[in-house]
Design a protein around this ligand. Structure first.
Ligand code: ADP
Ligand code: MG
Length: 258
């Protein structure tokens, strides 16, 4: 079996005495697309934040492509990385948020070239060439000089995806990427994500879009109270879940859709 590109091992994350993540383990193979579902407050965002050490776990480990996240291998065991080295390591993991998080005072092009220049050491020319290619891939050719506020939510989210890809990450994490969008703009973002998945990108996607999960994901993971309750292929987990808590969650979701 191929080595997992993401390996989450017994990760616990506490806020005070409350465990937002309670011993979560998850292996993701290269090219795999994993959809993460679960009620609000179940720990989905916390999982993504611990994976790239925006929020370091209190216990357990995260490995990205065989490297321990947040630490370097020293002669006397693992040593915590400096903030600067952590930023470099984090570049392996692209992240897309619900609310885009573009720099509002930067143009689209500036949003895409800033981190590759600062963290990856690309020249302005190299970074700009790469950015133009990515903008074409997400259907935003020619919008280099626009500011985020001049774009629709769907366009801004596609810029955010291109910006994450500009770092050439090994893995992409999406945290409810379409939840803040008007319904008519959801499809254009999901289509970009679908193409990315078909192109072989490894993706973890927190989503309430069950049609997307069913079509694009290789596996669905159901979260409840900081734990993985059930995991399986989309058709099985979404249509005939075995755990009562998964059944109850999906039942509530379907009722809301009608
Ligand atoms: P989800 O993304 O599934 O809605 P979260 O991962 O955001 O859930 O949150 C899981 C739980 O952890 C929630 O109860 C939330 O209130 C709590 N939590 C998340 N972040 C923090 C924080 N920075 N401080 C305190 N509690 C937090
Ligand atoms: Mg969340």
């Amino acid at each position: 079996m191929t080595q997992p590109i993401v390996s989450v091992q017994s990760v616990t994350k506490r806020y005070g005495s409350f465990a937002a993540l309670d011993g979560v383990s998850l292996d993701v193979r290269p090219g795999e697309v994993v959809a993460i579902i679960g009620a609000s407050g179940s720990g989905k965002s916390t999982l993504l934040r611990t994976i790239n050490h925006l929020d370091p776990p209190d216990a357990g480990q995260v490995w990205i492509d065989g490297r321990l996240m947040g630490f370097s291998e020293g002669p006397r065991g693992p040593r915590r990385l400096s903030e600067r080295d952590l930023r470099r390591q984090r570049a392996e993991v692209g992240m897309v948020f619900q609310h885009f998080h573009l720099f509002p005072h930067f143009t689209v092009l500036q949003n895409l070239i800033e981190a590759p220049m600062a963290v990856r050491g690309l020249s302005r020319h190299e970074a700009s060439e790469r950015a133009r290619g990515l903008l074409a891939e997400v259907g935003l050719e020619g919008r280099e000089t626009a500011f985020p506020a001049e774009l629709s939510g769907g366009q801004q989210q596609r810029v955010a995806i291109a910006r994450a890809l500009a770092m050439q990450p090994k893995v992409m994490l999406f945290d409810e990427p379409t939840s803040a969008l008007d319904p008519e703009l959801v499809g254009e973002v999901l289509r970009v994500m679908q193409r990315l998945a078909e192109g072989g990108m490894t993706m973890l996607v927190v989503t309430h879009e069950m049609d997307f999960a069913e079509e694009a994901a290789d596996r669905v993971v159901f979260f409840d109270q900081g734990r993985i309750v059930e995991t399986g292929p989309p058709a099985q987990l979404l249509r005939s879940p075995t755990e009562p808590r998964t059944q109850a969650f999906l039942h509530r979701l379907l009722r809301k859709d009608r």
